[in-house]
Design a protein around this ligand. Structure first.
Ligand code: GLU
Length: 491
């Protein structure tokens, strides 16, 4: 069987990381099986449309490196579609849905419903008052089809509903959950075409999955309870249903479904903060699937190699931002300094630390800071204060520990001598700075912490920090001397 899978987002303005994971698993499964991965935009809910959401979704997918074979793409900021099964945007396929719904009506699997909103509201209210689950009562099921057609032709407002058989088990196989059974007594006569003439998700999804020859549906578990309706629709059409895989939800630390209320959940948020796409991909791949090997770091190629539906779990993984940060930090440490510097520029520009003109001029200098501090970064946005620290000419000693160190008797002489020797350096680079510190050790007889800590506090104001001589080198002679002077003056 040719594997054809799809990610079918409704363009709501941002891509939830759960959606990225769905897209990723579809992608991995397609690549692993020499199949095709398709993006189809499900935009038939016209009340939820967000401008530029399709473009944003495509950009996020491109950023994440989850690239589809068919569907909408961006070319010079314009949406173009590639693939032989288009259109891949549902709002452009209305004629197709019309044709197929007519078929269902003619075969008696669907019917026109003229119930007004008021009637449906009353029905729902009454059912709720009686403690029943609200569902359509089949009021319009028995309207004679010829009469119904006349009413439709005369312009009466209507929807089309699925006519579910009564009290029948609908059984399907989920590749993760096994056999799943629903009884139609618990299901509604689903609206297939709405009053505005647009299909509902449930109808469009099965028509398109069939016409696009989708072999496997890999999607979130929130769709599990809709699947029996879909399976019945396939039966009504006499089509073969695809295979189903329902993925567990991604949970928050309280084991509830991860939502926007719990901080960052949009792919765009992580991009904006400077997470590396390969880290986000690696991390979310493991939220719902476990590899066949005891390790956690996987490149996209390795994910493709190892991915299997058999190892998708039934229960959801907890989204742990600390773990993601750890992983992102791992990838940052491995990443090329130029790539990180380019990324850093966007935060430095954004915070006004540098301006457009300085990008080229200060590039190497910023790159040296990035290289020095990258091991401390969870995400690239955190670079800003580090660069900021290198810009100030005066140091402020705030930490108690640092204050204690600077108070020690030998510190004033030590820093004064250090300053003089730094000032004398012709070649201001790490190796030379190191020699100066060694010479102080020899000449002043101070060593270890008593030597290094006052120097560190004298130059940076803090006891923490990156490699000391590299820090001094990046600061440069002028700033190092000015900083030492500012401290010495206060001693
Ligand atoms: N449009 C649906 C969504 O927004 C797709 C569900 C499915 O994959 O069938 O999640």
């Amino acid at each position: 069987m040719t594997v054809r899978v799809r990610f079918a987002p409704s363009p709501t303005g941002f891509v939830h990381i759960g959606s990225l994971r769905t897209a990723l698993y579809n992608y991995l499964y397609a690549k692993k099986n020499n199949g095709k991965y398709i993006i189809r935009v499900e935009d038939t809910d016209r009340t939820r449309l967000v401008e530029d959401a399709i473009e944003g979704m495509i950009r996020s997918m491109e950023w994440a490196g989850v690239i589809h074979d068919e569907g909408p793409f961006l070319e010079n900021d314009h949406i173009v579609q590639r693939g032989e099964y288009g259109s891949y945007i549902q709002s452009e396929r209305l004629d197709t849905y019309k044709k197929y719904v007519d078929e269902l009506i003619d075969s008696g699997h669907a019917y026109y419903c003229f119930c007004t909103k008021e009637r449906l509201d009353d029905l729902r209210e009454n059912q709720r008052a009686d403690g029943k689950t609200s569902r359509y009562d089949g009021h319009c099921r028995s309207i004679d089809i010829e009469e119904a057609k006349k009413r439709v032709e005369s312009g009466e407002e209507h929807v089309v509903r699925l006519k579910l058989p009564e009290n029948r088990d609908i059984v399907f196989e989920d590749l993760v959950r096994g056999k799943v059974t629903f009884n139609t007594a618990d299901l509604d006569d689903q609206v297939l075409i709405k009053t505005d003439g647009y299909p509902t998700y449930h109808f469009a999804v099965i028509v398109d999955d069939h016409l696009m020859e989708i072999s496997h549906i890999i999607r979130g578990e929130e769709w599990l309870s809709s699947t029996p309706k879909h399976v019945y629709l396939y039966e009504a059409f006499g089509w073969e249903a695809p295979k189903y895989v329902h993925l567990p939800n991604i949970l928050n630390s309280e084991k509830k479904k991860l939502s926007k209320r719990h901080g960052d959940v949009a792919v765009e948020d992580f991009n904006r903060k400077g997470y590396l796409p390969e880290a986000l991909i690696n991390y979310i791949a493991l939220l719902g699937w476990s590899p066949d090997e005891e390790r956690e770091i996987f490149s996209m190629e390795e994910l493709i190699e190892h991915f299997s539906i058999e190892r998708v779990s039934k229960s959801g993984g907890v989204f742990d931002v600390d773990k993601l940060n750890w992983m992102n930090n791992h990838y940052i440490k491995e990443a090329d300094d130029d790539r990180l510097t380019e990324l850093a520029m966007r935060y430095l520009l954004g915070s006004g630390i540098i301006d457009d003109e300085e990008i080229t001029e200060k590039y190497e200098w910023i790159k040296s800071i990035v290289s020095l501090v990258k091991e401390k970064l969870d995400y690239m946005m955190q670079i800003t204060p580090y660069v900021q620290e290198f810009l100030t000419e005066e140091v402020v000693v705030e930490e108690e520990e640092a204050k204690e160190i600077i108070k020690m008797d030998h510190v004033k002489d030590l820093l004064t001598e250090f300053k003089v020797r730094l000032n004398d350096l012709e070649l201001f680079e790490a190796a030379e700075v190191k020699k100066v510190i060694k010479s102080l050790q020899k000449d002043l007889g101070i060593k270890g912490k008593d030597l290094f800590m006052p120097i560190r506090v004298g130059v940076t104001g803090t006891v923490h920090g990156s490699d000391l001589v590299r820090t001094i080198e990046i600061l440069g002679k002028d700033k190092s001397v000015k900083r030492l002077n500012s401290i010495i003056d206060k001693l």
